[in-house]
Design a binder for this molecule. Structure first.
Ligand SMILES: [Zn+2]
Length: 755
């Protein structure tokens, strides 16, 4: 930084020295003329002006003929929670012409031609600029270092030709650069050509990031020629403040990886959202609107969107392109609303418990439907759930049971709690474009049938950030906390300028109510409708949701669906909430349990260990816990077999040698208990490769059998508790050539649930 400032100052000093030199030269010539010719009237006048009126004239020039140039301030850096750079301003340069120093037209032609070639600008345009009697005429902004080298070479060449080298000079400038490209693109946002924030944090915190540009003021006389004396002033630029986000690059990357995979797998038409939030502080650790865009190239649409646009008549393309760009840039996590569906049932349940209207002994009857003021609404299980306890009604995600709970609560209390959970107000997160909810009426009044549908989360819309914030209150003992993405503002020297402290807005429900709902949601994630969200080793709580949008955006003839899952971990003393939603899956699966819950499980199974959340295995889980493979290489075959057996593994031996030359899985790899280690005893056997089979669609039993046939080790994740669970993904794609003994992770998803 100090270096760059020095460059600006050096340039300015050179400029001003040159001006002074010119002034001296002209003064001397003037003196000679005066001495030789004597005091002619005109010259007398000129001398008078110069000697006695200098100050006054100079002031006049400053007042009337200022050329005011800004010196760029360096825009602040945006860091993630661990100090990784998410946005920074890299040094580039501005090419400036000081045409006042040209001595003749030949020089102008030479410089115009050279600059035209280096900068790719029309020669005549530069030549025209070279005619002006100016100290500062901008030719091109934001040139990179390779172009800068060429300009420096040109300056040398000019010196050789005796052209004043100050005719062309460089000034420091900055260009925004995003090292992670498309990571958290809708949150970070991007800047325009003048470095102004246009979206996301770049827009929201533009004032803090911008800094104060410096100024370079020079003067010319009324005819536009250089004055024999020069007023110039330099005000240094003050660099912008830096931001430290609550967003953690590692967590954000994990979330985006699994979201992208699912968007492809389920042919999701309108993108997806993932929010991961600290339940106690409201710090947003990840916020993804996938698919995003490259922050270094924000105006380029994906090929799929361009293809759609090309199909349109020409006159409609420009409008379609700008609509596609806004859609791509949109931060769905704060700017979109969606019907929350069954995820909302946790709040209806909490209202009833908090008001002592329902408890663990309450029962609800579901014959498959429920009728309110003459309107019959069905349960997803058409045959009905029969009589259920309060706990079972949540695990079954039974709509008729929730319509009955809604009736007990009544419209007035329902509206009060709806407001208290924060659904009727913007959260006030420090990001632009936050949307309002859409409720039945502004004052909370609604018909009995509205209350019935609202009780199971249908026909009103909230934003994902409202939902994640409200779920935090179930997870943290009842408190609504202020969500935020910036944790600290640092000055340009790295000192802390301000820190965002945790803001608790209010307590909505008692810690006892919150604990009961969390406990039920934990059971739901193990053996209820949310079991595809189960993460082995962690006590996860959560709820699925599937909601109809009542429109058909992709024109496939069926209504759009939102598939979502929102949960937290650990169920007791929770640390993070994770919301996952997919807008309009167009594949075979569209239920939250099929599309969103497995993604929640995948994300949490990596995020929780990263956050060092303590594992809490059940006895059953402990029995299946992985064991670390020992080092068997270098041992005799029989010793290796004994050692592997002592570690709890079976072995197969490949080749005819006596000593183990290689082993798969390698030493230190965690292998599920009872796994098989392949021992290679000669060079040829170690080269053996097998083709990874396609394991998707098979049950746990079948996958186990297939893998034993192929000599492949498997690690199982997801829901596996019944014959209805089938493999939905595998860590090594089918068809990949692998060594016998290779470990593949297979994720299973339960069928038979429809929410
Ligand atoms: Zn039911």
């Amino acid at each position: 930084m100090a270096n760059k400032q020095r460059t600006i100052k050096d340039k300015l000093r050179a400029l001003s020295e040159n001006i002074q030199r010119n002034f001296k030269l002209r003064s001397n010539i003037l003196l000679a003329i005066i001495l030789i010719v004597g005091f002619g009237a005109a010259i007398c006048r000129l001398g008078y002006l110069q000697i006695f009126m200098a100050d006054e004239l100079q002031q006049k020039a400053v007042d009337q003929q200022l050329t005011d140039t800004t010196i760029s301030a360096k825009r602040g850096t945006i860091y993630d929670a661990n100090g990784k750079i998410l946005a920074t301003s890299a040094s580039v340069w501005r090419v400036v012409l000081a045409p006042v120093y040209f001595e003749n037209d030949e020089e102008r032609r030479f410089v115009a031609e050279e600059l035209s070639e280096i900068l790719g600008i029309d020669e005549e345009t530069i030549y025209e600029k070279s005619q002006a009697k100016l100290y500062y005429s901008e030719i091109k902004r934001k040139i990179e270092s390779d172009t800068r080298e060429k300009i420096l070479e040109l300056q040398d060449e000019m010196k050789e030709k005796d052209i004043n080298p100050n005719v062309v000079f460089l000034m420091d400038d900055y260009k925004r650069y995003y090292p992670y490209g498309d990571l958290a693109s809708s949150v970070i946002g991007f800047t325009g050509s003048d470095d102004q924030g246009l979206s996301g944090i770049e827009y929201q915190y533009d004032k803090e990031l911008t800094g104060t540009p410096g100024r370079l003021i020079t003067a010319t006389n009324a005819q536009g020629t250089a004055m024999p004396f020069q007023y110039s002033q330099n005000i240094d630029a003050v660099d912008g403040h830096n931001l430290v986000l609550t967003i953690d690059e590692t967590i954000q990357s994990i979330a985006e990886k699994y979201m992208e995979q699912a968007i492809e797998e389920h042919a999701v038409y309108n993108r997806g959202v993932c929010i991961i939030m600290d339940v106690n502080t409201g710090a947003v650790k990840a916020m993804a609107s996938v698919g995003g865009f490259d922050l270094n190239d924000p105006y380029t649409l994906p090929e799929s969107a361009l293809e759609e646009i090309r199909k349109l008549p020409e006159e409609e393309r420009a409008a379609a392109e700008s609509a596609a760009l806004s859609k791509m840039w949109r931060n769905k996590a704060v700017s979109d609303t969606y019907y929350p569906g069954s995820v909302f049932k946790m709040f209806t349940a909490a209202m009833g418990v908090e008001e002592n209207l329902v408890d663990e002994s309450s029962t609800f009857y579901c014959p498959g439907y429920y009728t309110v003021t003459g309107q019959t609404m069905h349960c997803h299980l058409r045959s009905g759930h029969g009589t259920q306890t309060f706990r079972e009604s949540i695990k079954n995600s039974c709509n008729p049971a929730f319509m009955q709970q809604g009736e007990k609560i009544g419209t007035e209390l329902f509206w009060q709690y709806y407001q208290a959970f924060g659904f009727s107000e913007r959260t006030g997160i420090d990001l632009p474009g936050e949307a309002n909810d859409i409720f039945f009426s502004e004052d909370g009044s609604m018909l009995p049938v509205n209350l019935a549908t609202a009780s199971f989360g249908q026909n009103f819309a909230v934003t994902p950030i409202q939902m994640a914030t409200a779920v935090c209150s179930i997870a943290n003992g009842g408190y609504i906390v202020q969500p935020h993405v910036v944790s600290q503002i640092l000055d340009d020297e790295g000192n802390v300028y301000s820190t965002t402290s945790t803001e608790v807005k209010r307590q909505v429900i008692s810690s006892e109510t919150a604990a009961l709902i969390a406990d039920i949601l934990e059971e739901n994630a193990v053996s209820g409708s949310g079991k595809n969200g189960y993460v082995a080793g962690y006590r996860v709580a959560g709820k699925t949701g599937t909601s109809e949008k009542k429109n058909d955006s992709n024109g496939d003839g069926v209504d759009d669906y939102i598939a979502s899952f929102c949960g937290f971990a650990p169920a007791e003393n929770a640390e993070v909430v994770c919301l996952v939603f997919f807008d309009t899956p167009t594949g075979d699966a569209y239920y939250g349990s099929q599309v969103a819950a497995p993604v929640f499980a995948q994300i949490m199974s990596e995020v929780l260990p990263y956050l060092q959340v303590a594992t809490q295995y059940t006895e059953e889980e402990l029995a299946q816990l992985d064991t670390i493979a020992g080092t068997y290489v270098g041992l005799s075959v029989s010793d290796a077999q004994t050692a592997a057996s002592a570690d709890g593994f079976t072995t197969s031996v490949k080749g005819s040698g006596d000593t183990v030359l290689a082993q798969v899985p390698g030493a230190g790899t965690p292998i599920p208990q009872g796994g098989n280690v392949v021992l290679y005893t000669d060079e040829d056997s170690a080269k053996t490769q097998i083709e990874m089979p396609d394991l998707t669609g098979y049950t746990v039993y079948d996958v186990n059998y297939l893998c034993s046939l192929y000599d492949i080790n498997i690690s199982i994740t997801g829901a596996t508790d019944s014959y209805l669970c089938t493999a939905t993904s595998q860590s090594i794609p089918a068809g990949t050539m692998v060594s016998p003994g290779t470990l593949v992770t297979v994720n299973f998803t339960a069928g038979g649930f429809s929410d």
